[in-house]
Ligand binder design. Sequence first.
Ligand SMILES: C[S@@+](CC[C@H](N)C(=O)[O-])C[C@H]1O[C@@H](n2cnc3c(N)ncnc32)[C@H](O)[C@@H]1O
Length: 294
Amino acid sequence: MNQSITARDYDSFRAFLEEACGIVLGDNKQYLVASRLNRLLKELDVSAVGELIEQLKKQPRSGLRERVIDAMTTNETFWFRDNHPYELLKDLILPELAKKKPTQLKIWSAASSSGQEPYSISMIFQEYLKSHPGSLTDRLQIVGTDISPTMLEMCRSGVYDALALSRGLSPERKKRFFQQEGDLWRVKDEVRNRVRFAELNLMNSYVSLGKFDIVFCRNVLIYFSSELKRDILRRISQTLAPGGYLFLGSTETIASYSDDFDTVRHKGGIVYQLKSPGSSPVTPRFPRAAAQRS
Ligand SMILES: C[S@@+](CC[C@H](N)C(=O)[O-])C[C@H]1O[C@@H](n2cnc3c(N)ncnc32)[C@H](O)[C@@H]1O
């Protein structure tokens, strides 16, 4: 199929994808488009990407657009990815929030893929409540959003196979937080119940989601243009409660995209904390990490 994507069709497809979901394809990714769309094209009995583009133009409301986006997303994820965000949550952020005695907390996993990220957050919270009984409200709501309906279906099922479970999950956590059902494992209700999922394109408004104490927006900005990164980070800062926290992926940085955050470092990990209005230089709100703030 690679050969069947003409330069003109490839350019049209790239333009469609960026306009629809922000994903920017490099100059020579015809092979990626071919392999990701292969199954959909067979199913639709469409022989070339050019024909698909024609159909997308002719039937804008047929659901085809959503199916193409779904096929083109990269959904790589695993439990407790990179470890640092979860260490930061456990060692710094949850104890800091506990001091403020909130009556409820809200965390957003903004590109939740198949659910490992929001469920890992929920497991950390569960462990924190157990090791610090009564110190923090148990009313935490985690909202997982993604553009991919296929991923959201997996998230909502909360069921994983042995391969998915083998990636990043310790045997203790597997035993503690999952129940086996044949060859599969289901996330236990105590972890699942505080997570809800919704479909959301990060290019659209976040206003209906409300305010969050912490946002995880990890390993998704890498696919977007600088302009879209800036826009998304600005709008995420507006969803954060004062002093709220933002986690990006370990290869992603806020530098040159936003001035709204201070950087907090801990055990090799980084989290960004929303600056309070007019705070310059920064007034430490986070005494243990203040010396490392930049
Ligand atoms: C590589 S995964 C990252 C998953 C998880 N955050 C992690 O770090 O392990 C990227 C996810 O971003 C989603 N995505 C891509 N473009 C998006 C958009 N415009 N709006 C919302 N989600 C998007 C994809 O569907 C995919 O599930």
